[in-house]
Write a protein that binds this ligand. Structure first.
Ligand code: FE2
Length: 201
């Protein structure tokens, strides 16, 4: 069965100025949708038709890798966002404090990684073995291709923020990280919840 563009788990106007409806219209409705269409076109009639998205990512290269990984990364990114400001659940908070010193230190390091990433890509909080790590990956690349368990991502392609923040990537990253992350979803990803949800398209 072909992959479908997943519905957003909130209204496109729910984030106010943090992420505008216009950004969702382009980012979800045009960019993400195009990656879904191109992935479906590439797998139709091949051995990849019917496979899980993460399995396609792990076994592909070139255009199929880029498009399928972008489908997965975007599906995961939408789930990481919440229009309602949330607290970090206790277990995740203690893991963050153990590996980064404090929540403030973690946020500062994540912002530095996301802001400093050169050109297009994604900033990630991942579980690598039993340790939380912050990393960034270029273009379409995804932790699911590298054996790391993704917990949180922020899209740092210009298409994610240019309409609302122009070239001010630091402001976009800080606005999301401080106000618009679904920390309950991030905590659930310690058990792999997000991987299976984003696998659905
Ligand atoms: Fe994007």
């Amino acid at each position: 069965m072909a992959f479908a563009l997943p519905s957003l788990p909130y209204d496109k106007t729910a984030f106010g100025d943090l992420i505008s409806e216009e950004t969702f219209n382009f980012h979800h409705g045009k960019h993400h949708n195009a990656y879904v269409t191109k992935t479906n076109d590439a797998i139709e009639g091949t051995d990849n038709a019917g496979k899980k998205l993460s399995d396609i990512i792990k076994s592909s290269t070139g255009g199929l890798f880029n498009n399928s990984a972008q489908v997965w990364n975007h599906s995961f990114y939408w789930l990481c966002l919440s229009p309602e400001k949330k607290e970090i659940p206790a277990e995740l908070k203690s893991r963050i404090e153990a590996d980064f010193g404090s929540v403030d230190d973690f946020k500062a390091k994540f912002k530095e990684e996301a802001t400093g990433h050169f050109a297009s890509g994604w900033a990630w909080l991942v579980l690598n073995g039993d340790k939380l790590e912050i990393t960034s990956l270029h273009d379409a690349d995804s932790p699911v291709a590298h054996g790391m368990k993704p917990l949180l991502t922020i899209d740092v392609w210009e298409h994610a923020y240019y309409l609302d923040y122009q070239n001010a990537r630091p402001d976009y990253v800080a606005a999301l990280l401080d106000n618009a992350i679904d920390w309950d979803f991030v905590a659930q990803n310690l058990d792999g919840e997000g991987v299976s949800r984003a696998d659905q398209g």
